[in-house]
Structures are given as structure tokens and as C-alpha cells.
Design a binder for this molecule. Structure first.
Ligand code: ARG
Length: 590
């Protein structure tokens, strides 16, 4: 028997609990009783495959075990007695009453049917990671999209979450830029002329200076050497290096903030590698004092290789032979800083999976130094966004892609698509632009998030921006369509009524609504937003089938009409919530 308040739990969980009681009653291990949404809905909406493992454990025939379990099923208010299929699968069909109650609970729930985690944690999400003065590349784009979604998912489930951009603002590129400025001005000794130049410094300047300086450093050893020394001087706090750095940092940061805001990405902490710098001297002294670092060709390194490693993990470079802090140094010091200021239970580093070794080094070093435990530190890696050649996406000129240019490219395509579809002809210019922007962002984000993050995908704007198929714009269109239905229902004075699931398409929609919590839990547990992207698409499709067969406004029966209206409202709330968790915003109309 299930209590009525159980409708707050999803159906798979309640079926599992009931089935666990059945298994336990038969003397079988309840861990085999798990019931899941079936991937063969033609055979049953939910299924349990555990009879096979239970039979093995008990030394009996799976079909017998399944038949016993089916016979012992008593929770018939929740589901009919399960059918036994194939080698011993149990197939369940939930009752219309249980499904109606579940849909009603979702409709009444401001969280749209999503449970809250019971033991909230403190979670630090390190994502985005753009570098000051260097253009953002597609790796930063993916990190921003996936990280933003994970931040929202963790927060929505009830954790305390901090998103930190962790700008790359402390490395060799800063030294390069300082030396480039020195060559431009002749020398850096005249404070007034340096000050005047910095006042006029623009993002365009920086974006032109960086590639030129990087190319020069490749060809010219003495230039490279000067850049290394300038990096060391900056890190040692010398002037005018500090002042130059500050100006470049601020120009770059203002531009990055604009771009991130256009992308719907917002950080709680706009920290950079440089923010951990004050901790580095003490950290290095402490590591030395405890004998954790050793000298290696003039550098200080911390060994992280372990017996049984499958690959060679080089030591973490803590201080370079020039005396500078390296990428790993700032990452290690940042852990110390975060421990002091935030004390996270969990750290998620949403960074290109090709940086896997770097993070393994940093995490092991942090553990060796006693700053954090290995299990608290996770590298949430992702694949690349590729061009048609299968290599990481580049512009036509072969350069790295600027985020701004990418967004504008997507916006332009969105405008064209909207015009082709004759959408927005009667909108004001501002509304049309807003819709085009939302379509563009939805297209880019959904195309990224619909794949498991570890999978690489090919950039194909035409496909991403289509209003048909599994795309962001299709989902926006679905949300907008429900909004318009709800507006019309309101104008017609239709009132909601208790949800009663009858038609197969109502059933399909209610089952889709019920799937939200599991999708959310999987996205959370596996740090993988694609489960929610999948859910959004399934929900939109279920709504479309529902609306095609179950009219609302034209329905004569008041109770049926009201029930369907309540279902549509629940579908919109959950779809918008799911899109929001993906970082996607829907317009009011389009
Ligand atoms: N700035 C780095 C890059 O461009 C990414 C930073 C990733 N986060 C971190 N904590 N290391 O590759």
C-alpha cells in the first residue's frame, strides 16, 4: 500500500519501493528490485530486470523468480500486477489513478516535480576559464555552457554553489604583452607616457598585440626571454609591470563580462589566477619546509606519480627555473584560498578533457599537501567542438574563434530563419532582436548540451538553428506555443480542474512529466546536463502529441478541459524550468 503523499516521489521510485518489499518478502535481495522507466514502452512503461541477478544469487530459474514476484505484487493502486516477459523481465503499467495523482502533484509543485537533495553540500564550480587578453576559444565556450548548466543544476537541487570564472591572468601571456608594450613605447621608464598609453588601451589593441607577441616569441629567443623575465617581475610585484597588468586586466575583464552576459553566463566569483598569488610565497615555503618539493634542473617540483599508475604522470611544476608561478601553482594555491574562504565539500573543474593530466597532478598535489581530499576534487572534462575537418573549430581564416563573432554569426542566422518562417513580422525591432538573440543562444547551447559532455561534436549552425528536430529553437518554439495556448485559455475563461489521465497522449505527457526528477538526478550525479536536454526534448514531443490529440479550448466537457489545461500549465512550468537549468531562456512569443 502506498500513502497518498507518495505522489511527491517519482513513479519509478515508488514502484521500486513496492517491489523491494515484494523481493524481501520472497527472501530475495531487495537490491535487485530496482524498477526503471522502460526503453521498450511497447512492452511496459516500467520494468525490473533484477530477477535475473536474484535468480543467480538464489540458484533458481529467473522466470520462476519473476513469476513469484509478479504473484506477490500487492501495490495494485500503483500498478497492475506486472507481466513476466522474456527470460524473466517484470513489466509494469501504472494505474490511471496513480498517474493522475502524480501529474497533479507535479502541477501543484513550484519545483515542477523535482526533489531536493537531502544533505546539501558546498560546491565550487570552476568554469569558463578565459584568458585575459587572449580571445576566448571554443574550449572556453563549452566550459561556459556546461559549467553554467551544472551550476544551476546543483543549486536547484539545494546545494550552496559558487561559480568561479578563474580567469587566466597570471601566466606568460601577461609578460608577453608587457614586453610588446615596451617595444611599442621604446621603453617603460617614462611613467607619464606609459600612463597615457594605458588610458587609451582598448580590447582591439590587446587582441592585436597578443597574437603578434606570441608569434614573435616563437621566432625570437631574446624576446621570449624578456617576456619570461617580465612575467617574473610582474609576479614579484614590480612596477610598472603591475600597473600595466592592472590596465590590461581591466580592459579584458570588461569585455569578457559583456560577452558572458550575452551568453547568459553569470559567475558568483570573477576571480583570476592572480587572486591566489598572495598565498603563493607562504605555500611554497610550507611545501619546502615539509620536504614535499624537490629541486629539478633549477625548478621546484612536487612528485605525484604513484605505484600502479598506468601512465607517466610528470611532477607538478611549483616554481619555474625563472622563479615564476606556473599554471599548476596557481591552481594549487587557489585550492588553499577556496578552502579558507569557501570551504567547499566538492570542487568541479569544468575544463577540456585534454587537461586531464594537469588536474590529476594538481589534485594529487593538493592531497599530498593536505589541502583537500582527492574525492572532493573532480575534473569534469568535455570533448571539443570541431569543424567539418574533425579538428577543433577554427574561423575561416584559421584563427581562434572569438565568442562575440560566434554569437553574432548565430544571431544573423537566427534573423534569417525567423524571417523565412515569417515569425516576428509584426514585432518591434527591439523584440525581434531579443527573439533572434534567444534563438541564437538556445541553438548554440542546446547543440552543445544535447551530447554527453565527453563527446566531441561538429559545429553546424544550419542544423543547430533549425526549428525542426532536436534543436534549441524547436524547444523555444514548443514553450512559446504552450504560452500562447495558455493565454488563449485565460482569455476564454477556462479554469483548471483536477487532473484525470485518460487518453493515451495524456498518459504520455504525464509519464514525461514524471521523468523530470530522474533526469535531474542523473544530470547531477553524473555531472552531465545532456540528461536534462534529453528530457526537455521528450517533454516537448509528448506535449506536441498530447496537444495534437487532446484539444483544450474546443473540448466541451468542462472537467476534461480543465484537466488538460492543468496538464499544459505543468508542462510549460517544467519545460521552462528544464530550459533554465540548461541556461536557455524562452521568449514570450515568436
Ligand atoms: N585558462 C585556462 C585555459 O585557457 C583554463 C582554466 C581552467 N580552470 C582551472 N582552474 N585551471 O586553458
Amino acid at each position: 500500500m502506498t500513502a497518498p503523499d507518495d505522489a511527491s516521489k517519482d513513479l519509478a521510485r515508488r514502484l521500486t519501493e513496492a517491489n523491494e518489499a515484494v523481493f524481501a518478502g520472497l527472501g530475495l535481495d531487495p537490491k535487485h528490485a530496482a524498477v526503471r522507466r522502460s526503453d521498450r514502452p511497447d512492452l511496459g512503461e516500467f520494468q525490473c530486470n533484477g530477477a535475473l541477478a536474484a535468480a543467480k544469487q538464489a540458484g533458481r530459474k529467473p522466470q520462476e523468480i519473476a513469476a513469484d514476484a509478479a504473484g506477490a505484487w500487492t501495490a495494485t493502486d500503483l500498478a497492475d500486477k506486472p507481466a513476466v516477459a522474456g527470460p524473466g523481465f517484470l513489466n509494469f503499467a501504472v494505474t490511471a489513478a496513480a498517474l493522475s495523482a502524480r501529474a497533479q502533484a507535479i502541477a501543484d509543485d513550484p519545483r515542477a516535480g523535482a526533489a531536493v537533495v537531502r544533505a546539501p553540500r558546498r560546491v565550487l564550480v570552476d568554469y569558463g576559464g578565459p584568458n585575459v587578453a587572449k580571445p576566448m576559444h571554443v574550449g572556453h565556450l563549452r566550459a561556459s555552457i556546461i559549467g553554467e548548466s551544472l551550476k544551476r543544476v546543483f543549486r536547484f537541487r539545494g546545494d550552496a554553489v559558487w561559480g568561479d570564472a578563474h580567469f587566466g591572468d597570471w601566466g606568460f601571456q601577461m609578460g608577453l604583452l608587457i614586453v610588446a608594450l615596451e617595444d611599442e613605447l621604446g621603453d617603460l621608464s617614462d611613467t607619464a607616457s606609459v600612463g597615457a598609453r594605458l588610458k587609451s588601451l582598448s580590447l582591439d589593441d590587446l587582441e592585436a598585440m597578443y597574437p603578434a607577441a606570441a608569434a614573435k616569441a616563437k621566432a625570437d629567443e631574446s624576446f621570449r626571454d624578456r617576456a619570461r623575465k617580465a612575467t617574473a617581475a610582474l609576479q614579484a610585484g614590480e612596477e610598472p609591470h603591475r600597473t600595466i597588468w592592472r590596465a590590461m586586466h581591466d580592459v579584458s575583464m570588461a569585455a569578457l563580462k559583456r560577452e558572458f552576459s550575452a551568453l547568459g553566463v553569470d559567475f558568483d566569483l570573477w576571480n583570476g589566477e592572480s587572486d591566489a598569488d598572495p598565498l603563493i610565497p607562504d605555500m611554497v615555503a610550507d611545501l619546502k619546509a615539509r620536504g614535499l618539493v624537490e629541486e629539478d634542473q633549477g625548478a621546484q617540483v612536487l612528485r605525484v606519480a604513484r605505484a600502479g599508475d598506468k601512465r607517466d604522470l610528470p611532477p607538478l611544476l611549483v616554481v619555474s627555473s625563472e622563479g615564476t608561478a606556473m599554471y599548476g601553482t596557481t591552481d594549487l594555491a587557489t585550492i588553499l584560498q577556496r578552502e579558507r574562504e569557501i570551504d567547499p565539500d566538492l570542487y568541479l573543474y569544468v575544463v577540456d578533457q585534454r587537461q586531464g593530466d594537469h588536474f590529476e597532478q594538481v589534485f594529487r598535489a593538493a592531497e599530498t599537501a593536505g589541502y583537500a581530499q582527492r574525492e572532493q576534487l573532480e575534473h569534469v572534462g568535455f570533448g571539443t567542438m570541431n569543424g567539418p575537418d574533425g579538428k577543433p573549430f577554427k574561423t575561416r581564416a584559421g584563427g581562434v574563434l572569438k565568442l562575440n563573432d560566434l554569437i553574432e554569426m548565430a544571431r544573423e542566422k537566427a534573423r534569417t530563419r525567423l524571417r523565412e518562417a515569417e515569425i516576428g513580422g509584426d514585432f518591434s525591432a527591439a523584440e525581434f532582436e531579443d527573439v533572434a538573440h534567444k534563438v541564437a543562444i538556445a541553438a548554440l547551447k542546446f547543440a552543445d548540451l544535447m551530447n554527453f559532455r565527453g563527446t566531441s561534436y561538429v559545429f553546424d549552425l544550419d542544423r543547430f538553428i533549425s526549428f525542426e528536430g532536436k534543436t534549441g529553437p524547436y524547444l523555444l518554439y514548443a514553450a512559446v506555443r504552450i504560452k500562447s495556448i495558455l493565454r488563449k485559455a485565460e482569455e476564454a475563461g477556462v479554469a483548471v480542474a483536477p487532473i484525470a489521465i485518460v487518453a493515451p497522449e495524456e498518459r504520455g505527457l504525464a509519464l514525461a512529466l514524471d521523468g523530470f526528477d530522474a533526469a535531474l538526478a542523473q544530470a547531477y550525479d553524473r555531472r552531465a546536463p545532456h540528461f536534462l536536454a534529453e528530457h526537455a526534448f521528450a517533454l516537448a514531443q509528448a506535449f506536441s502529441a498530447f496537444y495534437g490529440n487532446c484539444p483544450i479550448l474546443q473540448e466541451r466537457d468542462e472537467a476534461v478541459r480543465g484537466s488538460r489545461l492543468a496538464l499544459a500549465q505543468a508542462a510549460l512550468r517544467q519545460l521552462e524550468r528544464t530550459l533554465d537549468l540548461l541556461g536557455i531562456a524562452a521568449p514570450e512569443r515568436m
